[in-house]
Design a protein around this ligand. Structure first.
Ligand code: NAD
Length: 359
């Protein structure tokens, strides 16, 4: 074995029903006295309950998915005006993303309380959109200092969103297996993430209030994001980044739909990854394990159901091609991408009709 692995400096506090207590002690550790609490209107009640004991200077709810630049600037102005010294974000990736946009220019510490499985809390990656263009970058200042996981806060996440978000986490794990900086440590995180999602997500669907299922999914969300942050974006994330940014498709659902097509494409060319993913699912083949889970969860199936149109396929393939990581397990042509996108658009099982190859 020969590798170089960077671990990210972050404290992780995990306990159901203890977010309020963890927040109080972590804010005291930071010696913060003017806290900005960021939470979208939908998560206002959750945030209110767990931040009651904090020295809150500002509550802020202007959260928009993909963080439009003007939304980020308004939030930065509000933070400066209130003179805050710490940020507490309570919500999904959109809310964490807004806190990151503030931290990026101010250096303010973030304590993130995630309520979905998007995983933004465990990465130093920020994202901003200007018009239809999404820009992302990496900056150690945006990595939350502390993550407070409390599965009890996630029981209200509707089942379809829980499924899509859980498959978004699964996509982090699978793509980490062949990301540009994949190594045995991030692969171990990813493999355990797959195992824990396989165990937890069916329980969430059967009973959204089952804390055991929610805890497995939330624990996996951390592992998946830490693996992904370390391994970097593979083919799957490059495809979803273009689809989300250019065609404004919903983030988690797009990941949920595209994943089987990328796994069917890359898996046979990456035997070690294929083996580890299959083992995580407890299946003989990785794609069978994924498709069995997707069927059990009644996962989103086709890009056409998300608003992506067939006539956009050639343009999307051309936009993705230059972003394909050079170290992808197998070479990727524009025709491969068109075939993959067409299959994902239609929702056909990739085992029945593998994306067309140009060879
Ligand atoms: P989101 O944050 O927009 O949340 C999705 C929906 O779920 C929203 O309507 C929200 O109000 C609702 N919700 C969240 N928690 C809830 C709860 N406990 N109960 C009921 N409803 C709840 O979506 P997301 O998928 O979590 O995040 C997507 C965004 O995060 C995208 O912009 C994506 O680019 C970004 N992201 C960034 C990174 C990164 O590393 N920077 C990683 C993953 C995702």
């Amino acid at each position: 074995m020969r590798f170089v692995h960077d671990s990210l400096p972050q404290r992780v506090c995990f306990a159901s029903g203890e977010a309020a207590a963890h927040l109080s002690s972590e804010i005291a550790n930071l010696r913060a006295s003017k806290v900005m609490v960021l939470a979208a209107k939908a998560e206002e009640d959750i945030a209110g309950t767990i931040t009651q004991e904090l020295p809150v200077a500002l509550r802020y709810d202007d959260v928009v998915m993909h963080v439009p630049v003007e939304v980020a600037e308004r939030a930065r102005d509000a933070a400066a005006k209130a003179g805050v010294d710490a940020l507490v974000s309570v919500g999904g990736g959109s809310t964490t993303g807004l806190a990151k946009a503030i931290a990026m220019t101010t250096g303010l510490p973030i304590i993130a309380v995630p309520t979905t499985y998007a995983g933004s809390e465990a990465t130093p990656v920020w994202g901003l959109t200007e018009g239809a263009r999404k820009t992302t970058g990496t900056d150690p200042r945006v990595l939350p200092k502390v993550v407070v996981y409390d599965a009890a806060l996630t029981v209200t996440l509707p089942v379809p969103m829980s499924v899509a978000s859980g498959l978004n986490a699964l996509a982090h794990c699978v793509d980490a297996m062949w990301g540009p900086k994949a190594d045995p440590i991030n692969a171990a995180f990813a493999a355990e993430g797959i195992r824990s999602l396989r165990a937890g997500l069916p329980k969430v669907v059967t009973d959204p209030f089952d804390l055991d299922g929610r805890e497995h999914a939330l624990y996996a969300a951390y592992l998946s994001a830490a693996a992904f942050a370390s391994a970097g974006s593979g083919l799957h994330h490059k495809i979803c980044h273009v689809l989300g940014g250019k065609y404004n498709l919903p983030h988690a659902q797009t990941h949920a739909v595209v994943l089987p097509y990328v796994l069917a494409f890359n898996g046979p060319a990456a035997p070690e990854a294929e083996h580890r993913i299959a083992a995580g699912f407890g299946a003989n083949r990785a794609i069978d394990g994924l498709q069995d889970l997707r069927r059990e969860l009644d996962a989103p199936r086709a890009l056409r159901d998300l608003g992506f149109t067939e006539d956009a396929i050639p343009e999307a393939a051309d936009a993705i091609l230059p972003a394909v990581p050079p170290g992808n397990p197998r070479p990727v042509t524009a025709e491969d991408l068109r075939g993959l996108l067409r299959a994902a658009w239609s929702g056909v099982d990739p085992r029945e009709s593998p994306p067309a190859r140009s060879e």
